[in-house]
Design a protein around this ligand. Structure first.
Ligand code: MG
Length: 338
């Protein structure tokens, strides 16, 4: 059985990054069942990649029969099938991949991090993201974020200087910056990176547009801060060409099409001596917990999508003083909030 349902998730605050602004997200949830065991998955469609809830549901329906009749123990075969039949809407693949791994973990009676041989104590601290906003609201958000020792600041519009001055007036916490492709000129990007280095910034994510690979390589040779690819990387096959322009990659299971591809990406990036960041979209605890089970393999985590919701319909990974605390229950270890 596969049940597919779109749910509107309201955000606690309007969420603004360099390219858009939103108050809610329509995510698609799947529930699969076989032999009395249920698995749950989630798709968070992102319009940057041409995705939306309607197309996601269409793709899920189109592949549902093949998925249901497959042997779910052969989960890597199912991944190959999904890769073959869902070539865009990677978030739809992700929903089924998460649900499948949840089912496998529950059948085996072990949490996913254990299935992958990981030490849950090595789960990193997650950053908490502050969207683009007025100085008053940014200050308010930083004050609300007292439980999080590490912040991620969104830049890339024309108010970078005001935002960073506001941040540094409010806190001396470690921060990382995400420009979301906002700096379109390499000289401007270099100037920004050198200025950010003087403000105790840890690294900069996607300073320039994904298609400006040469310019980003130029920037990397001159900038002191590490540069992390986000919009430039979706799956493992994207990684080799990025190795000379970026120090690390931001893996998101919605882009990769699930946790199985994320594992391949981690292997590929490590082989190329690149750093691993695990990120997310605006997601409930279903998808965030799935990514969190991989987090002992990451250098940096930014798994806060569920923390930005007004109300999370699910309960899974916890955050204590910023550190990700993985559930011990089998599979994802996620339950529905009553
Ligand atoms: Mg990013």
């Amino acid at each position: 059985m596969i049940d597919i349902k779109t749910r509107r998730l309201q955000l606690a605050h309007t969420w603004t990054i360099s390219r858009d602004s939103t108050d809610y997200k329509d995510n698609v949830f799947v529930r699969i069942e076989k032999d009395g065991v249920t698995g749950i998955g989630e798709a968070a469609p992102n319009f940057r990649y041409g995705e939306n809830a309607e197309l996601t549901v269409q793709h899920l329906n189109a592949v549902a029969e093949k998925f249901e009749t497959g042997d779910w123990w052969q989960y890597s075969e199912i991944k190959d099938m999904l890769d073959k039949f869902i070539t865009d809407q990677s978030c739809a693949k992700c929903a089924l991949d998460i649900a499948l791994m949840d089912w496998v973990g529950k059948k085996l009676g072990i949490p996913l991090y254990r299935l992958w041989g990981l030490d849950k104590n090595k789960a990193p601290v997650t950053s908490y993201s502050i969207g683009i906003d007025t100085p008053e609201i940014i200050t308010e958000k930083i004050q609300e974020a007292t439980d999080y020792p590490l912040l991620k600041i969104k830049l890339g519009k024309d108010d970078d200087r005001i935002i960073m001055e506001t941040v540094r007036a409010a806190t001396d916490k470690r921060v990382r910056v995400d420009a979301n492709e906002g700096w379109k000129d390499k000289h401007l990007a270099l100037e920004k990176m050198q200025w950010l280095e003087s403000l105790n910034v840890e690294f900069v994510e996607q300073p320039m547009p994904a298609d400006m690979l040469e310019e980003t390589a130029w920037l990397r040779e001159r900038a002191g801060l590490p540069i992390v690819a986000d919009e430039a990387v979706k799956n493992a096959s994207d990684i080799p060409k990025l190795a000379r322009a970026y120090d690390g990659i931001n893996i998101k299971i919605m882009k990769s099409g699930g946790v199985q591809e994320a594992l391949r990406m981690i292997g590929m990036a490590r082989a190329l001596n690149m750093k691993i960041m695990l990120g997310c979209m605006v997601e409930s605890s279903v998808a965030i917990t799935a990514a969190a089970h991989l987090s002992p393999l990451a250098d940096w985590a930014d798994l806060d999508g569920n923390l930005l919701l007004a109300e999370d319909p699910f309960y899974g990974v916890e955050v204590r003083n910023g550190k990700l605390i993985l559930p011990e229950e089998p599979g994802l270890g996620v339950t529905e909030n009553p």
